[in-house]
Design a binder for this molecule. Structure first.
Ligand code: ZN
Length: 123
């Protein structure tokens, strides 16, 4: 499953962040997944419990934030939201657009547990 390796990559980043902050665990991981990222949020949520076992995120919750698809129009210059399967300019309807958002898979934030306190690390 592709999503499992995505989770493992994400957890490697989380481990690194936890180590940089001297944290013993991560309690909450927020990721932003665009519809064109090639990652299915439901499958990501399914793969997460398998991937987190034995890592600093063994007890962590995963929150998947959906991201909008956005395009910039080459004709009128507008930047608008578009449907994932129809990347037309929302202002003039032209098809000559460049994708500016919607294909991302980003680690948005990680909540870390350090002895007693809970802290938040943004990236
Ligand atoms: Zn346009």
């Amino acid at each position: 499953m592709h999503e499992l390796s995505v989770c493992q990559g994400m957890l490697a980043q989380v481990s690194e962040i936890a180590r940089d902050h001297g944290a013993r665990a991560a309690s909450r991981i927020v990721v932003r997944v665009g519809p064109l990222s090639g990652v299915e949020p439901a499958l990501l949520a399914q793969a997460f419990p398998l991937a987190r076992a034995g890592t600093v995120a063994a007890e962590a919750d995963l929150v998947v934030e959906p991201a909008p698809v956005r395009v910039r129009c080459e004709r009128c210059g507008a930047e608008t939201e578009a449907a994932a399967n129809r990347l037309l300019c929302g202002a003039c309807g032209d098809y000559r657009t460049t994708l500016t958002a919607g294909d991302e898979l980003l680690l948005v934030s990680v909540e870390l547990v350090r002895e007693e306190e809970v802290m938040s690390a943004k990236r």
